[in-house]
Design a protein around this ligand. Structure first.
Ligand code: TPP
Ligand code: FES
Ligand code: MG
Length: 660
């Protein structure tokens, strides 16, 4: 045995804690020990049973008919001599490793050798590579089949390169990553175990995929040698993730670990899609020696591509003679609004947005025509109907937006597959959106024949604001109306807040009534998943910590009671990590949108009522601020108080299901 002076000593039991004839588990540094107390003697032995790693400290000491005692493993009953740690029966098996014990005045101590510095593993190389590619945030749950990888992520967190958020449901991790990617264009990673942890990730990953957000999914897996025959938590992850992940590969002993990770990160960033790595348990801790980590250097090109001269000519010819051109922007245009706004000002034309792009054009701008479509305003639909040409930047022509396909259309997009996606357009233009808008503006003739539509925009807003005011005064004595809530939020939410919305009538109302200044709006667009808002706000909050450009921006989420019910426990995650998120809940005790659909479709209203807790009390019991609002007079003060609260807050508005 080593010289006691070279050992690290840890207290493993109080003097009177462990009755004679008993065993318990104790941790000395990072070494797990079984501490035996038998016939006045203490023994410390390696806690891990050599069979399958069962915890001997949770076993039992049994007295045999011949008077000898045996320590029995709790899992499958292997026996050990409690004093020597050897198996009974004179095997030459060396038995369990023993560690020296000291009886001191204040307790029983065990001495364990000082830890050797951790050897660099393949997952260390992979985590370093992720960091080099800008992955600095991981949401997930650590567990049995990802502990080696988790250790590598922990090393990166300790070095200040990465931050980890432990969620309550893996679905929240992938939604948070999706929102993080939608907001920043950069991937965060979500971590899960094999089997159920991995399958829980799928909804949020689909959300990211269909809305073109980069995400890195890291799933644990069973050991390589039990792949396939249906071992515990062994599901075919490659097949389960195949349709959602643009890149999905198992990490094997023989893989080029740095390059595999670089390709995963590159796919997520360039394709704006899901990349997935599967980590078998036994591969995660393989030694990597001094293998170099991968980097993005020389692997990414400039994205500012300009359209061809021919495409530009066609656009300029049209706009040189259009009478009432109208610009429509989708979320893909969000980084090009300076150029597009300049073009709109020159054309004296309105800019309408899709719902997903709500907020990328401030509603107060003289050229802003608001949101088009089902969650939109009559202003936007008026201008679209009156237009002779629609100039569409970075929109995907969803049914929800309903861009009128009978109109003459110029469509500009960075992605060739997006051009004429659902139907032909008159002029498809392939180019980066900002570059294209600028080139069009620069090429326009000095005088243009188009109408000045700007005064009409102001008139239309005035008509709509009068209508909103009327709705905000409605009261059936059955709860608050949505118009008055969003009227108050429009004036009180900070100009540059990040707002994650959900799905349902609450979200339609947000689209119609909330007037954006410079807020960023995040939503589950094409997937349209209820439950998105709160975990998305966690993702947005993480972005405010990770990126200079988002620092200090207030994070808000809005949902209905159905939506919040799906991920409500994540409120505890927000409290644990001190996330400054303010959630506004429209509680109508109903899947309101579905009842409305049942009525509209001449169905019976069936199974849409909800039995809720007091969400305000729930928020408070989680350790946050919770406020319940029942009267219109209290709306503003509740919003102000919640926004001023430093930490997670929830305002529960008791709303009228009909007044949406
Ligand atoms: C994951 C998921 N399940 C079901 C739906 C269908 N769905 C759309 S809106 C909605 C009702 C949402 O209710 P609530 O959050 O209370 O919003 P409200 O319409 O009452 O404002 C449901 C169930 C969905 N979009 N996503
Ligand atoms: S793990 Fe100890 S007997 Fe199986
Ligand atoms: Mg509801």
């Amino acid at each position: 045995m080593a010289d006691p002076k070279d050992l690290n000593w840890y207290k493993v039991a109080e003097l009177d804690e462990l009755p004679d004839g008993r065993v318990k588990t104790a941790t000395a540094g990072t070494v797990s020990l079984a501490i035996v107390h038998l016939q006045g003697q203490y023994v410390a032995m390696d806690n891990k049973c050599p069979h399958q790693g069962g915890p001997l400290g949770e076993g039992t000491i049994e007295r045999m008919p011949d008077g000898t005692c045996l320590l029995r493993c709790p899992w499958h009953g292997w026996d050990f001599d409690p004093i020597t740690g050897k198996p009974p029966g004179g095997h030459d098996d060396p038995g369990q490793e023993l560690f020296p014990i000291e009886h001191r005045e204040d307790g029983i101590y065990a001495g364990v050798p000082a830890e050797a510095p951790a050897a660099r593993t393949v997952t260390d190389v992979m985590a370093e590579t992720m960091v080099n590619w800008g992955v600095s945030r991981v949401f997930g749950m650590v567990g049995h089949s990802n502990l080696g990888l988790a250790e590598a992520l922990r090393h990166q967190e300790e070095a200040g390169n990465m931050s980890f958020i432990g969620i309550r449901h893996e679905g929240a991790a992938s939604f948070a990553c999706s929102a993080y990617g939608k907001l920043t264009g950069r991937p965060a990673a979500c971590l899960s175990i094999a089997g159920p942890g991995a399958t829980n990730l799928l909804t949020g990953l689909w959300d990211a995929k269909v809305d073109r957000a980069p995400v890195l999914a890291l799933t644990g897996q069973v050991q390589v040698q039990v792949f396939g025959p249906g071992a515990f938590q062994d599901i075919d992850l490659a097949s389960a993730f195949e349709p959602v992940a643009r890149f999905s590969q198992p990490v094997l002993q023989t893989s080029d670990h740095a390059e595999l990770t670089s390709l995963a990160c590159k796919t997520a960033i360039v394709e704006r899609d899901v990349a997935h790595l599967i980590f078998p348990d036994d591969v995660q801790t393989l030694p990597a020696g001094d293998a170099k980590a991968g980097t993005p250097s020389g692997r990414l090109g400039d994205t500012r591509i300009t359209p061809s001269d021919t495409s530009l000519e066609s656009v300029l010819t049209v706009l040189g003679s259009a009478k009432r051109p109208v610009i429509i922007v989708g979320y893909g245009a969000r980084h090009a609004m300076d150029e597009i706004t300049a073009l709109a000002e020159r054309l004296k034309a309105p800019i309408l947005t899709t719902f997903k792009a709500k907020g990328i054009m401030p509603d107060a701008h003289p050229n802003a025509g608001g949101v088009l479509g089902r969650s939109g305003t009559p202003i936007a639909s008026y201008f679209m109907n009156e237009a002779d040409w629609l100039v569409v930047f970075g929109a995907s022509f969803s049914n929800h937006t309903g861009i009128e396909t009978k109109k003459k259309i110029i469509q500009v997009d960075f992605e060739r597959m997006q051009l004429g996606k659902f139907h032909p357009v008159d002029i498809p233009v392939w180019g980066e959106i900002g570059q294209t808008a600028k080139a069009v503006l620069d090429g326009l003739p000095k005088t243009l024949p188009c109408d000045d539509q700007v005064p009409q925009i102001a008139e239309r807003w005035s008509i709509w604001r009068t209508e909103k005011q009327k709705r905000s005064n409605e009261d059936r004595a059955q709860g608050l109306n949505a118009a008055s809530i969003f009227e108050a939020l429009s004036s009180l939410v900070p100009d540059d807040a990040i707002i994650a919305v959900d799905v349902g009538n609450n979200t339609y109302s947000f689209g119609r009534y909330f007037e954006c200044k410079a807020q960023s709006v995040l939503m589950s667009g094409y997937l349209g998943s209820i439950g998105f808002a709160f975990p998305a706000a966690m993702g947005a909050w993480a972005a405010t910590q990770d990126f200079e450009a988002f620092k200090g921006r207030q994070v808000i989420s809005v949902s209905g009671d159905g939506g919040l019910g799906q991920y409500a426990m994540e409120f505890t995650t927000a409290v644990k990590y001190g996330m400054n998120i303010t959630h506004f809940l429209l509680n109508n005790h109903e899947l309101g949108k579905i009842s409305k659909e049942q009525r509209a479709g001449n169905w019976q209203v069936w199974q849409t009522s909800l039995h809720n807790p007091s969400f305000a009390e729930f928020a408070a019991s989680c350790g946050g601020l919770g406020i319940r609002v029942e009267s219109k007079a209290d709306i503003e003060s509740a919003i102000k108080k919640a926004l001023a609260h430093d930490g997670p807050a929830l305002v529960e508005f008791m709303t009228d299901v009909e007044l949406v």
